[in-house]
Design a protein around this ligand. Structure first.
Ligand code: NAD
Length: 478
């Protein structure tokens, strides 16, 4: 099928190349001309494992190309929307301006197709109600139908998650008449304005044809109403954020009582009702999705007069922010006043295997240390260029050993494998003083302490040898 992908950032570029891999004829459109030029030249504009090879294969096959010209979209039968939906500058809500601008431009192109069946497929993460609004506008164009097909990919695994997702969710206007095979239906309301047929069969069939290789491979496809599809995505992110902040709240209790949060998390995770994923204490979540998605969910609920229903997400956000402050306090506890002290931060990306620095805990902490007068050096395998654009005056060093040389404190803030695998004795030989904060709870404290390091971690006791009487506080009563 002929497909377009509008907005070729992290999501859209991976989606475009993946659809070409499935055999479709794909054109990716973006208003960012340098990005389009780089993609056209086969150069990945971001670091994502497997993406560069996928891009190359798509370009070489002749099935993948990129443009800034909307007229080139005219013969596509399906258009995927991969626009950014960041937090608004004036509050918690999602900024949908890029999505609206893209839909306006697309509607003009679609109106020239003379009623040929065409689907528009939203992939961006949006507040509930967005698809229904956009459908009213788009479906005025004869032959055009909208679906919302939220994307669940994780940066670092984006290619794998796109080509082998846990599930496909289709949000449609009429879920109960979608022609879906027993997986459909949450009873969402149907028969909305501007739709003559009252059926979603056509658009579901067209999207099934695009994803045919995934469906044949056994991926489950769930058809539901627009609002349910929109809510699945934001709820998934809110749940993950809650799990992370939950263990970080427990880490705060562990710090006060002398318990080790890894003991608590390890035992908790063995309960299948809970599961061990997303229970690693540390400096918390960041990136272009979780923080803005929970805030958009709060804003959307407040607009509906339901602020109380998701009030706990404000606390989830607050716990997450508190960890970033706490780790700077920990640096002060180890070094005293930070002015002039040499601190090396391991990691700049918000997570390993990505160069994305949007709302990166590592960079925010580096900025806080710099604001306190510390001489900060940041190292990261992939994200230094983005980091320098993000934080003015940031000192970066690509080589890990060089970055460690002369440090009075090392802070591991993004758990790239190369930092998790650092050799404690070799690292000790490079630094000015062997002090480390493990902000991701990934190092073995015993091995590091045996090599002479003063290691601290969020939610874990300090070195028992250094302070034999732990500062234990009781949580209740006595
Ligand atoms: N990045 C992820 O891991 C991920 C995962 C799941 C869902 N999402 C969601 O997907 C959406 C996109 O996220 P992203 O991380 O890819 O964002 P991004 O900022 O990397 O990409 C957005 C792209 O849209 C382009 N754009 C802006 N206005 C445009 C217009 N009018 N016409 C055409 N292109 C335009 C931008 O130039 C940019 O290249 C968001 O809603 C996000 O929440 C992202």
């Amino acid at each position: 099928m002929k497909i377009s992908v509008i907005g070729v950032g992290y999501l859209g570029a991976v989606h475009a190349a993946s659809m070409a891999e499935l055999g479709h004829d794909v054109i990716g459109l973006d208003i960012d001309a340098p990005r389009v030029q780089r993609l056209t030249a086969g150069e990945a504009p971001f670091h994502e494992p497997g993406f560069a090879a996928l891009l190359r294969r798509g370009l070489d096959s002749g099935r993948l190309r990129f443009t800034t010209d909307h007229d080139e979209l005219a013969d596509a039968d399906a258009h995927f929307l991969g626009l950014g939906t960041p937090q608004r500058a004036d509050g918690f809500g999602a900024d949908l301006s890029a999505l609206h601008a893209a839909v306006d431009a697309l509607a003009t192109v679609l109106s020239r197709r003379g009623g040929t069946p065409t689907i528009v497929v939203g992939k961006s993460t949006v507040p509930a109600g967005t698809a229904r609004d956009l459908a009213v506008r788009l479906e005025q164009v004869p032959g055009v139908r909208l679906l919302w097909n939220p994307e669940f990919l994780r940066e670092g695994y984006a290619v794998r998650d796109t080509l082998s997702p846990d599930r496909l969710v289709y949000g449609v206007r009429h879920p109960e008449s979608s022609g879906a095979d027993g997986q459909a239906g949450d009873g969402q309301r149907a028969g909305a304005e501007g739709d003559a047929s009252g059926s979603s069969e056509l658009e579901v069939g067209m999207l099934d044809a695009i994803y045919a290789p995934l469906l044949e491979a056994g991926v489950t496809r769930l058809v539901m109403g627009f609002e349910a599809a929109e809510l699945v995505k934001v709820s998934a992110n809110a749940f993950l954020a809650t799990k992370i902040s939950f263990i970080n709240a427990i880490a705060e209790l562990c710090e006060a009582t002398g318990a080790d949060v890894t003991d608590v998390a390890g035992a908790l995770g063995m309960d299948d009702r809970i599961g061990g994923k997303f229970l690693r204490a540390g400096v918390g979540f960041g990136g272009g999705c979780l923080p803005k998605d929970i805030r958009a969910l709060i804003a959307g609920a407040e607009d509906l007069g339901l602020g109380q229903s998701v009030g706990f997400l404000r606390e989830v956000d607050a716990i997450n922010q508190r960890r970033r402050v706490r780790v700077v306090e920990m640096a002060r506890e180890m070094l005293g006043p930070l002015r002039g002290r040499r601190i090396t931060v391991l990691g700049a990306a918000f997570k390993p295997d990505s160069d994305d620095v949007r709302d990166s805990p590592a960079l925010e902490i580096a900025s806080r240390l710099m604001a306190a007068g510390a001489q900060v050096t940041v190292t990261d395998p992939e994200a230094l260029e983005n980091a320098r654009h993000h934080v003015e005056g940031l000192v970066t060093v690509a080589d890990t050993a060089e970055a460690l040389r002369g440090a009075e404190l090392v802070m591991l803030l993004t758990e790239w494998r190369r930092y998790r695998d650092l050799h404690p004795a070799e690292a000790a030989a490079l630094v000015a003083a062997p002090r480390i904060i493990d902000g991701r709870t990934v190092l073995d404290p015993r091995a590091w302490r045996e090599a002479g390091w003063d290691l601290r971690a969020l939610g874990r006791p300090g070195d028992p040898a250094a302070s034999p009487v732990a500062p234990v506080r009781l949580l209740a009563g006595t």
